[in-house]
Design a protein around this ligand. Sequence first.
Ligand code: PEP
Length: 253
Amino acid sequence: MTTTRIRPLVAGNWKMNGLAAALAEATAVKAALSDSVAPADVMICPPATLLAQMAYATRGSAILLGGQDCHAASSGAHTGDIAAEMLKDAGATAVIVGHSERRADHGELDRIVRAKAAAAHRAGLTAIVCIGETKGERLAGLTLDVVARQLAASLPDAASDADTVVAYEPVWAIGTGLTPSPDDVAEVHEAIRGHLAGRYGDAGSRIRILYGGSVKPSNAKELLALPNVNGALVGGASLKADDFLAIIRASAP
Ligand code: PEP
């Protein structure tokens, strides 16, 4: 197993937020990062409508862009859907798949999430695969079982650290201001690391595992310092450049 520090990734998930005026937040992040090397890889996942414009607005910077979902097919009769190839064409290098809001709002099962992750790989995108338990599952003591099941069924067999990131996002922590205790986060991330290393070997020991769920400037340092926490997937706090930048800075060792 490798002992080299994994460079963190701080990714902002704008969800269904942002009109063209919000591009100013991305350019503010770009400006703030321009005079130094960021302590983490930085990514923004805007709504698909802003992707190409954001790629233009952040050109020449280290800011990476991601989509928030993709269809498993590369093209075809799927009204309203977006192919991974289209995201890549618009400037993305990654795509979030299996976010709990997609799983809940669109009935996305693990096998669909796996097909979307494979589609991301086919298109040359990094798949950011989200997993996490509901409040009921946590209270029932099922967290590690749920996470193990989601990992087993949502990740393609061919995944590696070059094309895959896992985001542990307890459903009950998303957008609620609640977070698990540091010990609880560390316990789940250790279990995820064990699964990834067991399944993918050395590559699995290098796959980044992000924590997501109410990460904000006030708790980022503590969360990002936990073992096997290799960055954060940030929702609400990524919408404002100042908050997002504070979280990025909190990823410094
Ligand atoms: C998310 O949407 O992935 C998320 C973690 O949201 P928030 O940070 O707002 O809880």
